[in-house]
Write a protein of this length. Sequence first.
Length: 405
Amino acid sequence: MTGCQQLRLAGFFAHTGSFSHPSYASVFPVSAEEIAMSAPNYSARRKRLVRLFKGAAIDGLLVTSEASVQYLTGFTGDSTRLFVGKKEAILISDTRYTTQIARECGDLEVVIRDSSKTMQASTAAVLTAATGKNIGVEADHLSFAAYEGLSSEAENVSFVSTSGLVEKLRMVKDKWEIVQIREAVHCAQRGFEVVKANLTRDQTEQEIRYILEAAMRKFGANGPGFEPIVGVGPTAALPHAHAGQLQVKESPVLLIDWGAETKTRYRSDLTRVLITGKPTKEIRKVYNIVLEAQQRAIAAIRPGASCLEIDTLARAYIADSGYGDYFGHGLGHGFGLEIHESPRMSPLSDQILEPGMVITVEPGIYLPENFGVRIEDDILVTNDGHEVLTSVPREFDDAIIDYLA
């Protein structure tokens, strides 16, 4: 870090109040007491899951998605499965997590295996002893090899392939989850401010990524919500690029797609383009097309709105502007414990928005070997419309970094 960078960094934190964690009053729209009262009721979540069993023709579900295990129990470790039956809920783990499970999941029945027994054998024993015999498995998360192993070891159990049962519940966030997502947004935005305050023309994409990740942690994040995408010029034209060695000075376009993960594992997801040199007319044109497409889509978000129709709204505007061939991905997606969750806004979606859903809106135009523009914000579907959770400025003039351009 150069002396000038250090001075800008020092000035930035003097202005923003250092790295201290934000107070509830300044960041969250509810009090600390309300947050505590709205903490997850994991038992109630599991009961809602059981109500879905009839439609799936199952007596119980083996949950193998780590995010869904956390959603249903509060357990934040890994290598652990959960069996939910109509009358029981059993966590299946190993001795590494005995103490952690006791702290995080005190009300659950737990099977702890030692090194003499495999996870497969422990799971099979639980399923064999279960009240019901038609057991659902998460086809999207259980490997074929694991399924075959269970089938051979679990006596008198009939396995039923299921998809998206827990994910259906996770689509609609409760008050506590929305608080976690607001915190993830806050940590991400503060980290981005550090990056903007300390940009230099000689920085590489990788250096910017590492500065961003460190800053988000300093502001209270557990870490990045995913590997940040940092792209200069041609790299920005790759929708899911990896940060490399291109320097800021090699193009006037710098795209950053990033998010934070909270201590509770909830995430945020934003994208901004910074203008770090003299922009061409095409850069300005493309940027403003993407921004207008995004704003039209956001304006249409409300309960009962079709994800397909909102995607079509933004996609049609980009196509009518002459860039339809350069926008190939879906308009947005849900997020929470994972960075990509349902619902999905795409040409293939049949989902309808409901209050409590939190989604991204992220149209983009990508011109190969030249540059790309994507603008992404996080949106909460409310009872009567929507709330934009992210507040990083998005107008073209806001994107210009004056001391570099």
